[in-house]
Design a protein around this ligand. Structure first.
Ligand code: B1M
Length: 228
């Protein structure tokens, strides 16, 4: 997208640097995205602003071109790697800015058939920052994984993520199973992911729908406040 070879990132103004980082993310240039993140942090930017203005915004552009067939899976995987390289630097900051008190465990995982994990990871970071101990089950989780994790960790909240219209119904399968086993009465379930909305969350019987990572962390705090 850009001729990045002759750009010295530190010479750029904040605005140009953010634009360059979006280009670099699009081009899958992990080292450059990481460096840009470092520079913005050094210049006093808040981690949340770097995340939303450079990384998430960069990935939004990738999403449009992926949808339109300009970018393909191997390229998008590189974009995801670049995004993660910036997120790695922000993780400890986001995880330490919130409350230190433990609000209990939050088990989170992407549902069966779905391998998207960037949004889930972001939600996990914000939850850590909000004071939860996050148990991350990773991607492609069948119902048994959630059940085993609930049994092992006795979480305060269960979270599921899905990015595909074909995998989001599986959240309903998990919730149905929790209900059958009498677990749903005492365990709030939060669902999220780009194709979801409140209506869908209500229809499958989820306790809460998380629109984005920041909102989800707030909702989760409120959930345990209500339950304790
Ligand atoms: Co995929 N993909 N992808 N993909 N991919 C989408 C989702 C898609 C919308 C792209 C498009 O067409 N525009 C489209 C889905 C269409 C649909 O279902 N209607 C799509 C498709 C079709 C596919 C494949 C089928 C492509 C193919 O193989 N032909 C395939 C499926 C693989 C599978 O899962 N079985 C596929 C593969 C991939 C990659 C592997 C290449 C890669 C994933 C890499 C990774 O995650 N490690 C990828 C990517 C990167 C995307 C896009 C471009 C970006 C997703 C992302 O990371 N967004 C995406 C397009 C898009 O969403 N614009 C797309 C950034 C992230 C911060 O946002 O994940 O929405 P998001 O998370 C947000 C909120 O949704 C919310 O908070 C997060 C932070 O604010 N949230 C929660 C998420 N989970 C939550 C849980 C909560 C609460 C809130 O509570 C527990």
């Amino acid at each position: 997208m850009s001729d990045e070879n002759d750009v010295i990132l530190d010479d750029l103004s904040d605005e140009d640097l953010v634009d360059q980082m979006k280009d670099d993310l699009y081009d899958g240039m992990a080292a450059e995205v990481r460096e840009g993140t470092q520079i913005l942090l050094r210049r006093g930017w808040e981690a949340g602003d770097i995340l939303s203005q450079a990384l998430v915004e960069g990935m939004r552009i990738v999403g449009i071109d992926f949808r339109d067939g300009t970018l393909f899976v191997p390229e998008v995987l590189q974009c995801a790697g670049a995004m993660k390289s910036g997120m790695e630097l922000l993780r400890p900051i986001l995880a330490s800015t919130g409350s230190r008190a433990s609000l209990g465990k939050f088990v989170i995982g992407t549902v069966k058939g779905d391998i998207h994990d960037i949004g889930k990871n972001l939600v996990g970071m914000m939850l850590e920052g909000a004071g939860f101990e996050v148990i991350d089950l990773g991607i492609n989780n069948p119902v048994d994984n959630y059940l085993a994790a609930i049994d092992q960790h006795q979480p305060a909240v269960l979270g599921m993520s899905a990015l595909l219209t074909t995998t989001m119904p599986y959240m309903g399968v998990v919730i149905e199973e929790l209900d059958k086993r009498g677990i749903l009465k005492s365990l709030p379930v939060m669902v999220g992911g780009a194709p979801l909305n409140q209506e869908f969350a209500d229809a499958i019987g989820a306790t809460k729908y998380g629109r984005d990572a920041a909102v989800s962390a707030e909702l989760a705090r409120a959930l345990v406040g209500q339950n304790h």
